[in-house]
Design a protein around this ligand. Sequence first.
Ligand code: ATP
Ligand code: MG
Length: 141
Amino acid sequence: MAKMEKILLASDGSQHSRKAAEHAVKILKGQKSYTLNVVHVVDYEASKHDAWLGIDPNQLQRERDKKLSPVSIILDENDIEYVVEILKGDPAEEIISKAQEANADLIVMGSRGLNAIQELVLGSVSHKVVQKADRPVLVVK
Ligand code: ATP
Ligand code: MG
């Protein structure tokens, strides 16, 4: 099998997405050439609502950075280079289309996310990505 050297890591800032980041590190560490795209999708309806309420965009940016920082710390500690992208829209659809655009070999994500209290094994985002993606998906439990 070809090396998995183009990885898309989906992060919502949850504990599960940190575990996913650790697995991306395991795959990439020691590889000479790779690309890692870290994607965080902002719920479009929620952000429209914030804009309408007049919430300061700089404040929103700071909140997003804060969300992504646990993942950045893991990657930085391991000297892994990456590019962060904040996208808007439906998380699963954005993750899949970004993976296509980046021609990723693998999508890495958590099984659950910020809403992990539910009993199902997969969250709605991981479920939809596994169902609809046109490439391999590593769902980290
Ligand atoms: P749900 O959101 O369906 O109520 P959940 O939050 O527990 O349940 P998911 O949202 O499916 O579960 O999260 C599973 C994984 O999907 C996360 O660990 C993360 O890797 C990815 N993910 C979820 N939401 C986003 C997002 N907005 N942007 C990027 N990745 C996301
Ligand atoms: Mg979620």
